[in-house]
Ligand binder design. Structure first.
Ligand SMILES: C[S@@+](CC[C@H](N)C(=O)[O-])C[C@H]1O[C@@H](n2cnc3c(N)ncnc32)[C@H](O)[C@@H]1O
Length: 263
């Protein structure tokens, strides 16, 4: 494996850069079956238009568990992950994977972007950290790195009711989203940047945890502390923890596949 580490840019108060974020993300991802379902759905989508020895750019790869599940058609993988702990888990999870890995411990867009273009760019559950007003800028930066006819794959929540419930409950200092943002990128943005939706694949992972401690970590990660002061919020949080423990929660998602138009 060749790993080119790019220097960590340092201090920020944003939640996704914190150690608590990394621990919460890992607790959540190991409690659900997302990696399996999402990995399978992404592989199926990629299989419709087979690539071999391709180049993948994964933006916001976290611990790279999902990246690992979709590696087969790629020879070279570039990763962006700004959280230092998740970044180190990602590089160790991809050790010995047999691919060339370039891991960048920083945010995308990048003032010094890779000088190669990619067959596939994946941004899975990453746009919840980006304000909707900045989406067009992200897509523009991504499209510059896409080969002609290359694919940009976005993973977002798809069920409006779940998205709305999430958006209404979360701590807005952690996640930047509203229910509308969680479903589809608007076609106006896509037209502006020269991308067109080719397919939307649905997948239905489930999050269920097996101990109250884990339920608290996952709830804290998703909902945050901000609302714990009022009695009604405490009740809502306790209900959320119980739901995770007893029934589990649905987390239906869409994989939105966009193609760069040929020029
Ligand atoms: C919810 S996790 C998703 C991880 C993984 N892709 C998945 O689908 O399970 C989102 C990740 O995006 C990262 N992230 C947030 N803003 C970013 C940015 N501007 N550029 C790259 N990664 C970013 C966070 O640090 C976090 O690890």
């Amino acid at each position: 494996m060749t790993t080119k580490d790019v220097i960590w840019r340092g201090a920020s108060k944003r939640f996704f850069l914190e150690r608590a974020y990394a621990l919460g993300y890992v607790a959540l991802s190991t409690s659900g079956d997302e990696e399996k379902y999402l990995g399978r759905a992404i592989r199926r989508t990629l299989g419709k238009d087979p690539i071999s020895n391709g180049r993948l750019l994964d933006i916001g790869c976290a611990d790279a568990r999902l990246t690992r599940a979709i590696l087969t058609p790629f020879k070279h993988v570039t990763l962006y992950e700004p959280n230092p702990l998740l970044f180190s888990l990602a590089t160790s999870n991809l050790e010995d994977c047999g691919k060339t890995i370039e891991a960048r411990n920083r945010e995308f867009p990048d003032p010094a972007p890779p000088d190669e273009t990619f067959d596939v760019i994946l941004a899975s559950h990453m746009l919840y950290h980006v304000h909707r007003d900045q989406w067009a800028g992200y897509f523009r930066a991504a499209i510059k790195l896409l080969k002609r006819r290359g694919l940009l794959m976005l993973v977002l929540w798809n069920k409006h009711s779940e998205a709305r419930a999430f958006a209404e409950t979360i701590d807005p200092s952690r996640w930047v989203c509203c229910a509308e943002d969680l479903t589809d990128p608007s076609s106006a943005i896509l037209k502006q940047v020269g991308l067109s939706i080719t397919t939307i694949e649905r997948t239905h992972p489930f999050i269920k945890v097996f101990s109250l401690e884990m339920a608290k970590v996952v709830t804290d990660f998703l909902l945050g502390h901000a609302r714990r002061t009022r009695k009604s919020d405490q009740t809502r949080i306790a209900q959320f923890e119980k739901k995770l423990l007893v029934g589990g929660i649905g987390n239906s998602q869409s994989i939105i596949v966009l193609r760069r138009s040929g020029e």
